[in-house]
Design a protein around this ligand. Structure first.
Ligand code: SF4
Length: 371
């Protein structure tokens, strides 16, 4: 009793070196950041900036834009300047766009070594340009585009192959005394991905960008990412995350933020604790939970609201939450901070909870808990 239901910290963070992606620190003791990628044509500056603004509003901290053509490269200076959050240019195949992105003032550049021909020869120049501009590089190894030499050596994209590829490319930069690097080793199979990051975490101190690549449509991708990131973050591994979904990028941010909140890696915002309902329920729990959620959506305070169907676990959970209801006999007992403040008829439960939530939120703001 009195113990928090979740530990404050899931694990000690792995000690990684810190890099600076524009205004966002990644690695070291910096909070784990959430990022996404635009789906617009980067050359369409207006549409891209519009999507970046939507992502920023949803809590995205770093955004990546694809740069497959010269027109896209030409758009980078304006996008990098006007975006409210740091912009990373994502470069495949063409080293010349790496230089363009650095010159454009992008906060970082992601390169996929397996996809950049003659990459090895260009490393010296890239390292030089990146160093001059203070631009970090993400070495983004991807199972689908693994270096052919490693594919031959290992037969397929095993964890060892992904890690060897990443560390090999990092070593090329290290030869030129460039260590402003973060690394990702993505695979669509969480089991392979988890093992790859574990091995990588042991073999270097670079900050790690977590991702399950091609995770799939929203439902499957959410589960895969939550499981994989959860396994790694709960061991202290991971400095920035990107959830990949075949869904609008704002959805990726929502999922990413919830994953971090679930692990206490970020302050929880509104949390509805509702029971699954069962044969004992004396109220329509789904409807009640949905109505309460809808009524409180948009509240940005760390409020835990319990919606419980009956008196078995109801009072207990409702008492542990900031605010709650335990239903029974056509009535709802309303709890605030562990005390029953009133009992209301079922038809008044939702409005009473919303009213009380508003009061608590105002109190938290007055107390400086949230701004
Ligand atoms: Fe069933 Fe009551 Fe538990 Fe809800 S709180 S799941 S209704 S026993």
């Amino acid at each position: 009793l009195g113990m928090p239901s979740v530990p404050t910290k899931v694990a000690e963070r792995r000690k990684s070196r810190q890099i600076q992606v524009g205004t966002v620190a990644v690695g070291g003791d910096a909070p784990v950041s959430v990022q996404s990628m635009t789906t617009t044509r980067t050359s369409d500056i207006g549409a891209t900036l519009q999507q970046i603004a939507e992502l920023t509003a949803s809590g995205c901290q770093i955004v990546r834009v694809a740069c497959p053509t010269q027109d896209d490269a030409d758009a980078l200076p304006v996008i990098a300047r006007k975006s409210q959050i740091p912009v990373i240019a994502d470069i495949h195949f063409q080293p010349k766009y790496v230089f363009a992105a650095i010159e454009a003032g992008c906060a970082a550049v992601r390169v996929n070594p397996g996809n950049i021909k003659q990459f090895d020869d260009k490393v010296k120049e890239i390292a030089q340009a990146a160093k001059e501009h203070g631009t970090p590089i993400r070495i983004g190894v991807n199972a689908g585009s693994l270096d052919r030499r490693l594919l031959q050596k290992y037969g397929k994209a095993t964890p060892e192959a992904l890690v060897e590829s990443a560390l090999w490319e990092a070593s090329l930069f290290e030869e030129h005394d460039f260590r402003d690097i973060k690394i990702s080793v993505k695979h669509n199979d969480p089991v392979v991905m988890i093992e790859a990051y574990r091995q990588l975490a042991e073999q270097c101190d670079y900050p790690l960008h977590l991702g399950v690549t091609e995770a799939g449509p929203a439902f499957q991708g959410t589960i895969k990412s939550a499981v994989a990131f959860g396994a790694l973050l709960s061991q202290g591994i991971g400095d920035t995350i990107r959830v990949s979904l075949s869904a609008p990028p704002v959805e990726e941010i929502k999922v990413g933020i919830k994953i971090l909140e679930s692990l206490n890696l970020r302050q929880r915002t509104l949390e509805i604790v509702s029971c699954p309902s069962c044969g004992r329920a004396q109220v329509d729990v789904y409807k009640l939970a949905e109505e309460v959620t809808a009524g409180l959506t948009g509240m940005d305070v760390p409020l835990r609201v319990a919606v419980m169907g009956c008196v078995v676990n109801g009072p207990g959970e409702a008492r542990e939450a900031d605010l709650g209801v335990a239903s029974g006999n056509g009535k709802g007992q309303i709890f605030v901070k562990g005390e029953v403040i009133k009992t209301v008829p079922e038809s008044k439960i939702v409005e009473t909870l919303i009213e009380e939530a508003m009061k608590l939120a105002a109190q938290m703001e007055a107390d400086g808990v949230v701004s």
